[in-house]
Design a protein around this ligand. Structure first.
Ligand code: UDX
Length: 436
């Protein structure tokens, strides 16, 4: 089957390359000429482990091509995926759907065969209805069905998540849409990935509800972590103790500096807007968004405390290890590191940082931070070291070398990479999350 993927970013490029790897013929379309040029040179526009090899092998097999020409790219495609960005609209948190609608209009004008138009971008409830209206308005003589097919890809694990999904969700309103989508995902039938067919609106809501629930789970354990610090509990033991209950599950119970990324912050806000528009408040998610926002700066204050408090901290220097919102990505969107760096800057603390992948994208976001070539260069002369992102590179630091390079053996571990007793035995003034 020929598939067109409009939008070659985190979602579109991974999805397109994986569909090609299933054996489909895929054209990835993007209006950004420089991105398409780089893809033709085999240069990936994003950092995603394994993506370059996956793209290269499918380009070589002739199953994956790239173009800026949408009309040409969708010709003879049975399924046309819309995988363009739906960023938070400035000011009110609504999802900005202008890119989605622009693609729908262009598809309607250029369509030369029957096709299913699939919204893979995360879009608010009802967007599929509007896309359908736009396509009808374009006057295309061809049969078109609009289907919702949300993705559940985690950055840094996107290819694995695509090829071994917990489920595939298809929101379709007619048999034509369902039939084409069965064909699209036929290769996954083989490994029994459950496919849920539902209405378009339920499918759109499933995406938001899933991300909001995951954000809630993380925020819940983060608040339990704060309580643990007060009562002398260990949040990792508490997480394990509740997570062994099959009804709760152990995943997404790692306490940390708060969630970031391109999805949870944006999708929780967009869900709250939908809830407001339909006068059906989701108060738990309101609290989650608020608590998470406050938490990130609280982490900066935790570092100031480790430096001896506001007065003692002024004029001191901190080494920040990790800038990206999570490991194995270069993505800085809503990373807690941004709020931590800002809080330290406000407190008159200078920062030297190192991140394996994120420094280029981080630089414009934190101009006051000095980027170092490696963790130890960042640590040189630091009055405290803070681990913000749990990159593997930080899991086995040479602690004697850290002590020799730093001005003081102070380490704030916002990801609980190290064990408190071992760190204190090694001579560190060590603080972490939800453990005493
Ligand atoms: C998320 C969803 O997992 C994915 O299904 C959806 O399609 C897109 O959004 P992503 O944002 O890439 O994926 O990363 P994820 O691994 O979910 O982490 C999101 C944030 O939560 C990160 O900042 C991470 O550090 C934080 N997190 C995650 C925790 O603080 N604790 C956890 O236990 C898990």
């Amino acid at each position: 089957m020929k598939i067109a993927m409009v939008g070659s970013g985190y979602v579109g490029l991974v999805s397109g390359a994986c569909f090609a790897d299933f054996g489909h013929d895929v054209v990835c379309i993007d209006k950004d000429q420089s991105k398409i040029d780089r893809l033709h040179e085999g240069v990936m526009p994003i950092y995603e482990p394994g993506l370059d090899a996956l793209v290269a092998s499918n380009v070589k097999a002739g199953r994956l091509t790239f173009t800026t020409d949408l009309a040409e790219g969708i010709k003879d495609a049975s399924a046309i995926f819309i995988a363009v960005g739906t960023p938070s609209r400035r000011g009110d948190g609504h999802a900005d759907l202008s890119f989605v609608y622009a693609v729908a209009r262009e598809v309607g004008e250029s369509l030369s065969n029957d096709a299913v138009v699939v919204t893979k971008s995360t879009v608010p409830v009802g967007t599929g209805d509007e896309v359908e209206r736009i396509l009808k308005e374009s006057g295309t003589p061809h049969q078109v069905a609009v289907v919702s097919n949300p993705e559940f890809l985690r950055e840094g694990a996107a290819i694995g998540d695509f090829k071994r999904p917990d489920r595939i969700v298809i929101g379709a309103e007619d048999e034509f849409g369902r039939e084409v989508m069965r064909e699209v995902y036929r290769p996954l039938f083989l490994n029994e990935s459950p496919i849920l067919f539902t209405s378009r609106r339920s499918s759109e809501l499933i995406k938001y509800a899933a991300n909001a629930f995951l954000a809630t789970k993380i925020t819940f354990i983060n608040e339990i972590a704060d309580l643990c610090e007060k009562v002398g509990g260990n949040v990792q033991d508490v997480a394990r103790g509740i997570g062994l209950d099959g009804r709760i599950g152990g995943k997404f119970l790692h306490a940390g500096p708060g969630y970031g990324g391109s999805c949870f912050p944006k999708d929780t806000l967009a869900l709250l807007k939908t809830a407001e528009d339909y006068e059906s408040p989701v108060r738990i998610v309101e609290a989650v968004a608020k608590v998470n926002d406050l938490r990130k700066r609280a982490m900066g204050r935790k570092v100031v405390e480790a430096l001896g408090g506001a007065d003692a901290a002024r004029g001191k220097r901190v080494a920040m290890l990790g800038l990206t919102f999570k490991p194995n990505t270069d993505d800085m969107r809503d990373s807690p590191a941004i709020a931590v760096a800002q809080t330290l800057d406000d407190a008159g603390v200078s920062v030297a940082a190192y991140d394996p992948e994120g420094m280029e994208l981080a630089k414009p976001l934190m101009p006051e931070v000095e980027m170092a070539a490696d963790p130890y260069t960042a640590i040189e002369g630091a009055d405290a070291v803070v681990i913000v992102t749990e990159w593997d590179a930080f899991r086995a630091l040479d602690l004697e070398r850290v002590k020799a390079l730093a001005n003081a053996p102070v380490l704030v571990d916002l990801r609980n990479i190290y064990q408190p007793d071992a760190m204190r035995e090694a001579g560190f003034a060590y603080s972490s999350i939800g453990r005493v």
